[in-house]
Design a protein around this ligand. Sequence first.
Ligand code: SAH
Ligand code: SF4
Ligand code: F3S
Length: 474
Amino acid sequence: MCAAQIVPEEQIQRQYEYMDLIAARNAEQERLSGRKPRAVAHTFGCQQNFADTERLAGMLVEMGYALTDDLNEAGLILYNTCAVREHAESRAFGNVGALTHVKKARPETVIALCGCMVQQEKAAEKVRKSYPHVDLVFGTHALWRFPELLFRTLTENKRVFDLSGDEKGEIAEGLPVLRGDGVRAWLSIMYGCNNFCTYCIVPYVRGRERSRDPETIESEFRELIAAGYKDITLLGQNVNSYGRDLGQGEDFSALLRRLDAVPGEYLIRFMTSHPKDASPRLFDTMAECRHVARQLHLPFQSGSDEILHRMNRGYTAEHYRGLIAYAREKMPEITLSSDIIVGFPGETETDFEQTLTLVREVGFDMLYTFLYSKRSGTPAAEYPDHMTKEEKQRQFERLLRVQDETVEKRQADYLGKRLRVLVDGEGKDPNYPYAARTEGGLLVCCSGQGLKTGAFAEIEIDKTTLRCLFGHAV
Ligand code: SAH
Ligand code: SF4
Ligand code: F3S
């Protein structure tokens, strides 16, 4: 496998030229109206999509827009869409449909859709036919060409669609990024996915796996630390296969060590890990690195080997148990979370029971459970599926009950304990005015003199609920 191609410097430069052209138009508008034109950039979907929106937002600011959440004052509305489940798509379409009113009231508003959902030919076609108020549509591979595509939309007086694929497997570096709140930051270390789990659309809409250069990642990481970010999450669909395509011998563990060596007081998190590629070496590294949070999100999807095989996940439930046991041996205090799919085609009651057993055995701190959603174009969409919607729903609810019981117990174990947390915002409860995260990523609402957003603190836990720990500074 060969390393991803970096988009040539002169092409990035061209995007900056387009940004300048749009900025000049917006400056003129600002001169006439007395304020900057407003843009909405909204994300549906996962952290990868949020990270992409931060790049799009960076470009928008460079182009002279001020960001807003208010659709009624926006001159540009950009929705970054998700395709992972039907629900994500219907939500996006629902929101886009609602924009017909905006377009009617203010026809000059530019409406743009991008990301995973519209990377699919079928979805883009639906937009073309049934959503005529959408002016600009571009997929995940065209993200870095946003300025050029927007310029064409503004000047050519016709709809612009760019669904180019990932034939070149490119990575674009050197474009602006606008990040949120100043404590937590996302950092993409790789794009795409090669795993082709049989239920999943992601490899089709995000293209093949490609890793960013470790030096580039490190310099962005150093910038984040220098800017005061304290909690950095490294992102990829399968971070455990980081670096394979680079052929430089630097794998994910080596990348963690490289970043961990950067001086400062901060936490490194990462997601998502795949059980097929997670290794004892990774857990050794986590245990030895000072800044790497004791937190592991390791989706197992199903506790049945038969189902795992038909999902093309590449491991057994036993292998998964072994990984968890090793991780806990190395880091007894580790916080564990996972993703589970209920109602995969052909799943039987016995398969489902095996999932429940695994959930009970491991005792996760957090679970993300999903009802299987058929994605056309994936192999599982063709698998026979006998279970009714109601049966699946009942299983889903059973799983949630089991999980709530486990989480409640796990949370209760923290009562009276002292934990190091990072304060990252305001809490909703006036008695606990600060929101913080433990190293394991659990939410803690806390009180106490001297707590400050962006600072670490020692907290003693006073009470616990299913969703949150409560504590005071010590
Ligand atoms: N790359 C990550 C997951 C990305 S998608 C990994 O492999 O762990 C996030 C989660 O969505 C998956 O873990 C899976 O549980 C769920 N998911 C993906 N496709 C789905 C589908 N068709 N129906 C229901 N859930 C799905
Ligand atoms: Fe989808 Fe599997 Fe890739 Fe995760 S690893 S994004 S579930 S194909
Ligand atoms: Fe959705 Fe794309 Fe993420 S399909 S889950 S936004 S990679």
